[in-house]
Unconditional design. Sequence first.
Length: 132
Amino acid sequence: MNRQLIPWTIAFAVLCGAAPASAQGLNFGVRAGASTDPDQFYFGAHVETPAIVDRVHLRPNLEIGFGDNATLIAVNIEAVYRIPLRRSPWTVYAGGGRPSIITISMTTVAPMPAAASTSSAASSTIRGCSSR
């Protein structure tokens, strides 16, 4: 396992908690999508808590992005507002979060091959749909 990935894996495990998901009413899910700046495809996993207030859920997650000569690892804590669609198993959601901890490893090819890595804090926005 990549040594840089170990702290992120530990952080995600702490965010998820050690108790069984069924005892806490947590829902686990996967995510995938595309991002800009850098232009990447990403995938990851999240844990969604029961509603903390009407239709608002916390969703800590870990994402890994590839593309644009960079690899991005992000740990996010987001809040999402869920809107169930009538007579449908689908729900739309929107939200965002802070803090996000992001590590980017970049490789350049021209004029000389080089590699660099940086970490920073940021905020995030999210929107999408999911089935119940």
